[in-house]
Design a binder for this molecule. Structure first.
Ligand SMILES: [Zn+2]
Length: 399
């Protein structure tokens, strides 16, 4: 990463970032300025800010975006949330923070219930420390017919008692559960999740459009990586893709990495979903930021070649060759979405403010707005990451 010029602190802890193109919820301030008071944004404005007695960071030629919020990520930098120690999970979170994700929800994959309980309890400790913003259970109540790179041996029908055990293990830090609505008992589980304040997300599913619509009626409000791991859209049977896009109350994740979706599909989802419903995620695994080779995703082996992760074809159950988790970072998917033609303001909403709102964090982070945490990302003119600020502190050393 390049370094931006240093900004020392004034005695009252106030700093000014000036000269950049600042992407706010009300549009791009070009040039714009951001005033920081300690760990929070204290004001923003258009034009050249004068800062008498204040220390200024000149961001001319740079974009300033809100810090990214990745609500679906399994690992990165050679470490993961799905296996290994708490130290490994910290490493994975740290890798993604350095690549722009100032808020991270750690995603688990299908595993035996006892293993998931143990992982959830470990991650709950990290959530309590603020290393992650919560836990996403991507399983085990998923369709074996759409298992993707997950282990179908451990997929089970929805079970409210099992869900409550997992929720207890996660100690109030369970934020999202992905489930397949066609499985018996799904609507009861969706209702239990909604009642507990856990987002019920539809994913890894072979449901019809009608069954999916019934799941939304029951309280499902989110789509787990739309298109991937679900029955495809057909004009007479629109399936989960059609039914989820069709409902205004549903937010839709997309993996905009150039591997999981054609750019046309990314643009179509952005248009069909409209403002405030698109959510960019990485779905990254340990291999993100690492060389090609063999990695684990839960109990499954994944081979990464040319940065594309595919389920290894060595006799394990599941769909050998299926595209597995990605090797993306949020900085990468943001850059890709912009290159695919999405306006920068829409991309910033999809990468930050919409996931913040979905997770109930919109009053703390997710936008460059006074009163919110100073979580921000600085990119060059081509949207290559230059620096990341988390709650007022530049990461990767003081720039
Ligand atoms: Zn995933």
């Amino acid at each position: 990463m390049h370094q931006v010029p240093a900004a020392a602190r004034t005695p009252d802890g106030r700093r000014l970032l000036t000269g950049g193109r600042v992407v706010t919820p009300d549009g791009v301030l070009d040039p714009g300025w951001i005033s920081l008071a300690g760990s929070v944004i204290d004001a923003t404005g258009r034009g050249e800010a004068a800062g008498p007695g204040r220390h200024v960071t000149d961001l001319r030629g740079h974009w300033v975006l809100p810090g990214f919020i990745d609500m679906h990520v399994h690992g990165g930098g050679g470490a993961s949330f799905t296996e290994g120690t708490a130290g490994d999970a910290r490493r994975a979170a740290g890798f993604h923070r350095l690549h722009g994700s100032t808020t991270i929800v750690a995603s688990l994959v299908t595993a035996p219930l006892a293993d998931l309980e143990a992982r959830a309890a470990m991650l709950a400790g990290l959530a309590g420390e603020g290393v992650i913003a919560g836990i996403h259970l991507e399983g085990p109540f998923l369709s074996a017919a759409r298992c993707g790179a997950q282990d179908p041996r451990h997929m089970i029908p929805p079970d409210v008692a099992a869900f409550q055990r997992l929720r207890a293990a996660a100690a109030d830090h369970l934020r999202v559960i992905t489930l397949a609505p066609e499985l018996p008992g799904a609507s009861g589980l969706i209702e239990a999740a909604a009642q507990a304040g856990v987002i019920a997300a539809v994913g890894h599913t072979d449901a019809t459009a009608d069954l999916t619509a019934a799941a939304v009626d029951a309280g499902a409000t989110h789509a787990t990586h739309l298109f991937n791991g679900m029955r495809p859209l057909h004009h007479r049977e629109p399936g989960p893709v059609g039914a989820l896009l069709d409902r205004d109350e549903v937010t839709c994740e997309v993996i905009a990495d150039g591997v999981h979706l054609h750019d046309t599909a990314i643009r179509l989802v952005a248009r069909a979903a409209g403002p405030g419903r698109l959510v960019l995620i990485t779905d990254a695994m340990a291999a993100a930021g690492m060389p090609d080779g063999r990695y684990r995703l839960g109990s499954m082996h994944v081979d990464v070649a040319g940065r594309v992760a595919r389920l290894a074809g060595d006799g394990e159950p599941g769909t050998a060759g299926a595209i597995a988790g990605s090797t993306a970072t949020m900085a990468g998917v943001v850059r890709h979405a912009i290159a695919a033609g999405l306006p920068v303001t829409e991309v910033a909403a999809a990468a930050s403010s919409t996931p913040a709102r979905v997770l109930g964090l919109g009053d703390r982070t997710g936008a460059l707005r006074p009163g919110l945490d100073a979580d921000l990302v600085v990119c060059d003119e081509d949207f290559r990451l230059v620096a990341v600020m988390l709650r007022g502190e530049w990461l990767n050393g003081s720039p």
